[in-house]
Design a protein around this ligand. Sequence first.
Ligand code: NAI
Length: 379
Amino acid sequence: MRKTLYWIEGDGIGPEIWRAARPVIDAALAAESDLRLDWRELLAGEKARAAEGTPLPESTLAALRGAEIAIKGPLGTPVGTGIRSLNVALRQGLDLYACIRPVRHFEGLETPVKHPERVDMVIFRENTEDVYAGVEFAANTPEARKLAEFLRDSLGVTRIADDAAIGIKPMTESGSKRLVRRALRYALDTGRPSLTLVHKGNIMKFTEGAFRQWGYDVAAEEFADLTCTEKDAVPGRLVVKDRIADAMFQEALLRPEAYSVLATPNLNGDYISDALAAQVGGLGLAPGVNMSDSLAFFEATHGTAPAIAGKDRANPGSLILCGAMLMEHLGVPAAAKRIRAAVEKAIAGKAVTEDLAAQVPGSRVVGCREFGEIIGENL
Ligand code: NAI
């Protein structure tokens, strides 16, 4: 059996982290399954600009529109091309509405908290609405004044000062529900104990508060037999609960073991994804996937690290762990386990890339290539 995997090399450290990661991904799959990947490269970023004169060729978007799985290295933000961010252009162009980040600790990695092993969460962050679809007007511009005037004169909103900067934060029922639906399915499929809706509905009742309500509605309307609320808990069912965002940040530090899958609007998810990644040892080992209804697009979550590009100093861990997520997505969880165990063993063996060295006391710094080889041997 073969499956087509589209891949984008990425800019900066992209080529070297790929050289380290790809053999690990192929070997892990081969060890656990008859399935093989047909790697098909798509151009984006600097490589595409050099070959085709644009950082995001239409041929790349067209291939991704018909794809089931794809994976990318980091892409730099192009300067002076009219594209604000390639990543945002890809997310919007492909309607990748769910950004999914698993967060767990790797033994042997020192972290800012005493018990990072208590964190085992998967964040589902809405990826197309809220501040990502936001509109802003700068203070003291004719547009902002006009809007303040309209709000005052037509809608009776008098508390917005004439010199205010104004931001608009759109969130829809359909957009919120499809995100929560996806998170619920994942939580149920993987036997997770709970799903928490993270919102700021105490202050923003009709956006954040609605997100919370729409979340509970999807659970009640579509998963009634499989879910329950915290108040009416039924043993064996997935507990759907909610937390106000600021309380969630406290809880993540004080009682992380009480949380499993999180479903969040865009901005809350942005904050909590990085905070939780730091809690378990930083972004260097954080994988992620952006999903539409048809495509799972895995990506290294860090940037292009231009200062160390081409110097064999980068950590390929994020991309390698994207490979583990891909294995789960392909229905080969044993290969995912194998990859994670191999990374853990590399850390236990105290041979790590320089970005991890301070977190692994007594470690020896190895290059990107060697780190990949060690993980490959550990498989
Ligand atoms: P960055 O993530 O590239 O770098 C931040 C710091 O982390 C630097 O010190 C860098 O050396 C280090 N670092 C990052 N990844 C590393 C790795 N795998 N191994 C070792 N060290 C690593 O973020 P920065 O500097 O803000 O952005 C650089 C470029 O990357 C920009 O053009 C930005 O737009 C782009 N970017 C792309 C992302 C993506 O494609 N998903 C995400 C974030 C930034």
